[in-house]
Design a protein around this ligand. Structure first.
Ligand SMILES: [Zn+2]
Ligand SMILES: [Zn+2]
Length: 556
């Protein structure tokens, strides 16, 4: 009787799927599964800023929806250790007190991150492994292994009172992964046997036909680089690409070079991966950067971060000759073992040009297969859908074009169009009696992290930074006579980033004249604003540019 009542009640409660990040963009992945008010959060990632977001370190999801009911969060699952899945964890855990569930390597990488913010002792982390089954609030979560460009990634089978939902996380179907642990095909097929209500799957490469090459194709490319490099080798990659560290270590071992990690995040991640057994790096293979710099260039390989052209990264500093610890020399070979994140192409290729200019030979993924994607391509996506046989299909992790393309693949494979949902951040989906419907819209925007401040930089600050960067500024200082309200001296004008002053004599003289005419003390409070406005519109009519204009008025 009791069972029956519970069942009747269940039918009134929908399962809600709430994307807070990673749908409609690449990065800051975060999904909420909500049932009867209880929330299970999957991933809490960051996104790197685009070129026009000036001075922003990174972007995290808008957590407002979670924070409004923070006591109802029953758990946070982190699928793997990449920044776009972990990078907002410290910001989230400052505000909620649910446990984190993660596999051993992911946990180790999270601990490094939480320790930096002094958060480690405050956060409860539960270690889980592939094939574990854990009850988290109203959800029963089964973890299954997936291949990706970092070891120990998992996907999730989430049994909810409304049905079974599969959440892939980032995955590929690599038959020969670096750690010899392929994606768990059998588990995916087993889920299908039980009946899958909905599949949420990684769409990053939905516009790439065919199969993503195995990580193994990198080995011969590295082998060739190590065989031919006349001097020092510097491999740049992401600090969380643990599999790539292993491949560099293997090549170093084979070609009798010692290996050193450069940069705090690289050193820390390598240490934790090695300690936990995910990085096989014999003690006599690894040396410190100080030791490496004393050795013959031909005997070492350095591994560092900075593949995205970030000016403050090691690669960025090497490219401009401003790295403190060491410099590039001719004979160095630089390998960029990564792919530019969309939006970063320009700065990456600028960095490559500078590295060449400084005498290094640069090898990047366009000239040799020194990088492969960690994400499934179209044929793997098809295999996934056939294995899982979901009733409903929801593409995730990708820009809108990726999500649409992925949905199209689903439809080609026989999923009815009305059973696919292309949704973006903040668009809630509800599952009720086995049917899907759109829920309400909630905030799904950006929160900018700038240095140590979170969310204090809003769109207006971004707009100001953009104006400053594009059109510069004009600073006008006026000294007015306290009694007569006349200008005591000519207005002083300083410009930066706007015009080449010696060429703009006429423009600036005319600006001074306009200011002289517009000085009007009768409306004292508004004079500054009015002056700024008239200078702005005058400069715009003359130059078609909109610099920031500041008027500073003193009285004497
Ligand atoms: Zn990933
Ligand atoms: Zn990802």
């Amino acid at each position: 009787m009791k069972m029956k009542m519970k069942h009747a009640k269940n039918e009134d409660i929908p399962l809600r799927i709430i994307p807070l990040g990673g749908l409609g963009e690449v990065g800051k992945n975060m999904m909420v599964y909500e049932y009867n008010g209880q929330m299970l959060i999957v991933d809490a990632g960051l996104m790197f800023p685009e070129n026009d977001m000036l001075g922003i370190d990174y972007i995290i999801p808008d957590f407002d929806y979670i924070l409004a009911n923070r006591e109802n969060v029953c758990g946070v699952i982190i699928t793997h250790g990449h920044e776009d899945h972990t990078g907002a964890v410290q910001h989230l855990m400052e505000q909620i007190s649910a446990p984190i569930y993660a596999t051993p390597l992911t946990r180790g990488l999270l601990e490094v991150k939480l320790a930096k913010g002094g958060m480690l002792s405050r956060v409860q982390i539960v270690t889980v492994e592939a094939n574990d089954e854990v009850e988290i609030g109203p959800f029963k979560v089964e973890f299954f292994h997936v291949c990706h460009s970092i070891p120990d990634g998992v996907g999730l089978g989430i049994t909810t009172p409304a049905g079974l939902v599969i959440h892939t996380g980032d995955y590929k179907f690599d038959h020969t992964p670096v750690d010899n642990w392929p994606t768990d095909y059998a588990k995916l097929a087993e889920f299908a046997g039980r009946g899958v209500l909905a599949l949420l799957a990684d769409s990053t490469n939905a516009d790439k036909p065919g199969w993503t090459p195995s990580e193994r194709v990198i080995d011969p490319a590295f082998d060739a680089v190590f065989r031919e490099a006349p001097g020092r080798i510097i491999v740049a990659s992401f600090a969380s690409l643990i599999s790539r560290m292993q491949q560099v270590a293997n090549a170093a071992d084979k070609h009798n070079r010692k290996m050193a990690f450069v940069g705090t995040s690289m050193v820390e991640n390598a240490k934790i991966a090695k300690k936990l057994g995910y990085l096989d790096l014999p003690d006599d293979l690894q040396v410190s950067i100080d030791q490496a710099l004393k050795m013959k260039p031909k005997d070492v390989v350095l591994m560092s971060t900075g593949t995205q052209g970030e000016p403050t990264s090691i690669m960025g500093r090497l490219s401009t000759g401003t790295n403190r610890q060491f410099d590039l020399s001719s004979g160095d070979t630089v390998v960029l073992s990564s792919h530019p994140i969309p939006g970063n192409e320009e700065s990456v290729y600028r960095t490559i040009n500078r590295l060449f200019r400084r005498g290094a030979n640069v090898i990047y993924d366009r000239v040799a297969p020194v990088h492969v994607s960690g994400h499934a391509s179209q044929e793997e996506m098809k295999l996934l859908i056939h294995l899982v046989k979901p009733k409903y299909f929801i593409p995730m992790h990708g820009e809108l074009r990726h999500l649409r393309q992925h949905a199209k693949i689903g439809v080609e494979l026989g999923i009815p169009v009305e059973n696919t949902a292309v949704i973006e951040n903040g668009m809630v989906l509800e599952f009720h009696n086995g049917e899907m419907r759109m829920g309400e819209r909630i905030p799904g925007g950006y929160v900018f992290v700038d240095g140590s401040s979170v969310g204090e930089v809003g769109p207006s600050v971004m707009r100001e930074r953009e104006i400053l960067a594009n059109d510069g500024f004009v600073l006008v200082s006026l000294t007015l006579d306290r009694h007569s309200c006349k200008l005591r001296t000519e207005p002083e004008i300083i410009t930066r980033g706007f015009v080449h002053e010696p060429d703009a004599e006429d423009l600036l003289a005319r600006t001074r004249q306009i200011i002289g005419e517009a000085v009007n003390c009768t409306s004292n409070g508004r004079m500054q604003e009015d002056l700024e406005q008239s200078v702005k519109s005058f400069l715009y009519t003359k130059t078609k540019r909109r610099p920031m204009v500041f008027i500073s008025i003193s009285q004497a």
